[in-house]
Design a protein around this ligand. Structure first.
Ligand SMILES: NC(=O)c1ccc[n+]([C@@H]2O[C@H](COP(=O)([O-])OP(=O)(O)OC[C@H]3O[C@@H](n4cnc5c(N)ncnc54)[C@H](O)[C@@H]3O)[C@@H](O)[C@H]2O)c1
Length: 272
């Protein structure tokens, strides 16, 4: 083992939804550790903004506007990646979405929107990227951005929670299927992370205050996009070469606290 094993030098990574938020943090973090990055966001403007920021700081990045729900677009994006950079080593499935609503209020249209984004947007990029990794013959890494809601009950987020739980077991199952190809498959499970998506949620009537939400986090703060990037850099690197099929909680200890919450005076309690 060498400290340089944490570097991603010359590796080529696709990060979906990297125009802002957690995906942007992962793309920028990967680039800082030496990877060449493809920003695959459906928003061409924010995707190019992330890619340009990486290039301005001396890295190498290409924005390929892609809607991850559209398999033809996804396959074309992976083909372009391999053509441009000559290889593909890492895929981060970061795109995912949630709407705060009861299951019955969501209805068929609502659950269809969730499964299309969270499942089609996961399976399509994985299929196309894994085929390219196998063709490359150098192994690879797939990383999935799940959520703490995959691991605990999430009232008013039931379909999102089901999709993210599905992502976690897809991670385990695919890890076994792809082990013989030298492709590792892992996930991260963040709790609240300060992103434009979270800010919009907090601005809504149902979001609750930041102070109240942070009080429930044992490490007493929301996660940052850098916290998520750090975990992904480790999982993508040779430092994690014996790690596959796991979901790493990046949540300040929230999942471990399982029902214990902090009182306003700083003490811990249950059932309040
Ligand atoms: N922010 C949190 O608190 C939090 C917590 C746990 C898990 N997550 C998960 O992290 C991931 C990213 O969340 P975020 O908060 O950074 O989101 P965000 O809304 O801030 O950013 C999402 C990005 O994905 C892009 N995108 C949306 N639909 C797309 C599509 N169909 N094709 C391609 N790009 C698309 C958007 O343009 C945007 O740039 C999601 O899977 C989310 O479920 C977020």
């Amino acid at each position: 083992m060498d400290p340089s094993d944490i570097l991603l030098t010359d590796r080529v990574a696709i990060v979906t939804g990297a125009g802002q938020g957690i995906g942007e943090g992962i793309a920028r973090g990967f680039a800082r550790f030496g990877a060449r990055v493809v920003v695959a966001d459906k928003n061409a403007e924010t995707g190019e903004r992330t890619a340009a920021a990486i290039r301005e700081s001396g890295g190498d990045a290409l924005s390929i506007p892609t809607d991850v729900r559209e398999f033809e677009q996804v396959k074309a994006m992976v083909d372009q990646t391999v053509k441009h950079f000559g290889r593909l080593d890492i895929l981060v499935n970061n795109v995912g979405g949630v709407r705060y609503a009861s299951f019955l209020d969501l209805g068929q249209k609502g659950w269809g929107t969730h499964t299309r984004l969270n499942f089609d947007g996961l399976f399509g990029p994985t299929d196309a990227a894994v085929r390219a990794m196998i063709a490359g013959g150098r192994g690879g890494v797939v990383l999935n951005v799940a959520s703490i809601e995959a691991l605990r009950a999430a009232p008013m987020f039931s379909v999102y929670a089901a999709c993210k739980a599905g992502m976690v077991n897809f991670t385990r199952s695919l890890a076994l299927e792809l082990a013989d190809h030298g492709i590792r498959v892992n996930a991260i499970a963040p709790d609240i992370v300060d992103t434009p998506h979270l800010q919009a949620f907090e601005g809504s009537a149902t979001g609750g205050s930041r102070e109240a939400r942070e009080r429930g986090v044992p490490l007493r703060r929301a996660g940052t996009i850098e916290d998520c990037a750090n975990a992904c850099i480790f999982l993508a690197s040779a430092m994690a070469s014996y790690v596959t099929g796991v979901t790493l909680s990046v949540d300040g200890g929230t999942f471990a606290s399982s029902g214990w919450t902090r009182n306003p005076d700083g003490s811990w309690g249950l059932f309040h």
